[in-house]
Design a protein. Structure first.
Length: 283
């Protein structure tokens, strides 16, 4: 019998209302280590009216709301309304198919009356894959060979563009053909600038009095680069490994990407929860 959503959903749902601030939503995400909140009706916290994701937050903070303090931005201004939902009695395969069809990373789980009882995400489907699909696929069967890459010196602004364009929202940082770091939307959205313990690159700009040929001012700008926000020394996996074992690593280590490498450590591709979703949907 196919595993049901009820067996893998998270019943303790993190919620916000449309009138909460983005700063409040960000604090909840940080505290709980999650990338998605269900937006509920102001007067009925069992009725989902939308979803707020890391992608929504990144787009808001780097887009039309970039000039505003995060405390002044309301959830209602950036969240995605009318969420795609799923009933708890449906199968994991159906959940994976819905996520792929609508290009989303999670689904509020509801009763037949529409009452919120949980949430199921790519992470939960990956956990089901780790438990139920051992011996079914090798990493080489499901990995993505066309992945998004960067180098240590790329600016955070270039990284943001890469993250928004990548289907899984992941970037691999390379040194030659070796993966030395990974960057996710969570890394970007939760980065503090300046960040204690990080050696950000400082660029000095001199202001010169052209008439007297004297330096009359000195401004210092902080320009964070990929190396400043990436997760260094990422865990990797080999092509011949069992894909379910790779999924188990992602679940236990709470990571969303495994660079796939050769015996010499050269990168061959990536495995993310998106590829796991695809494998479950077609199984």
């Amino acid at each position: 019998m196919a595993p049901r959503v009820s067996s893998y959903m998270t019943p303790d749902v993190a919620v916000v209302t449309p009138n909460d601030s983005l700063a409040h939503a960000r604090r909840i995400m940080l505290r709980r280590g999650i990338s998605r909140l269900v937006v509920v009706d102001e007067n009925d916290n069992t009725r989902p009216v939308g979803v707020l994701t890391i992608t929504d937050m990144v787009e808001a903070l780097l887009g039309k709301h970039a000039h505003r303090p995060i405390e002044s931005i309301m959830v209602r201004e950036v969240y995605t309304p009318d969420p795609i939902v799923i009933e708890s009695t449906r199968t994991i395969k159906t959940a994976a198919s819905l996520m792929l069809k609508h290009k989303i990373g999670g689904l509020p789980v509801v009763t037949s009356e529409g009452r919120l009882v949980g949430i199921i995400t790519r992470h939960d489907v990956t956990r089901a894959f780790a438990e139920r699909y051992r011996g079914t696929y090798r990493v080489s069967d499901v990995m993505r060979r066309d992945f998004t890459r960067a180098v240590r010196g790329h600016s955070i602004y270039h990284i943001a563009r890469l993250l928004m364009a990548d289907p899984a929202g992941k970037v691999v940082v390379l040194d030659g053909d070796k993966p030395v770091g990974v960057i996710t939307k969570r890394d970007l959205a939760f980065a503090s600038i300046p960040l204690l313990g990080k050696n950000f690159r400082f660029y000095k700009v001199k202001t010169v009095d052209r008439y007297r040929d004297k330096i009359v001012g000195l401004r210092i700008y902080t320009v964070p680069i990929a190396e400043d926000i990436m997760t260094s020394n990422p865990l990797t996996i080999r092509e011949e490994a069992d894909a379910a074992e790779a999924a188990d690593i992602m679940v236990k280590e709470d990571i969303g990407i495994l660079p796939v490498v050769s015996e010499s450590g050269s990168i061959k591709g990536v495995l993310t929860k998106l590829e796991i979703l695809e494998a479950v949907a077609k199984s």
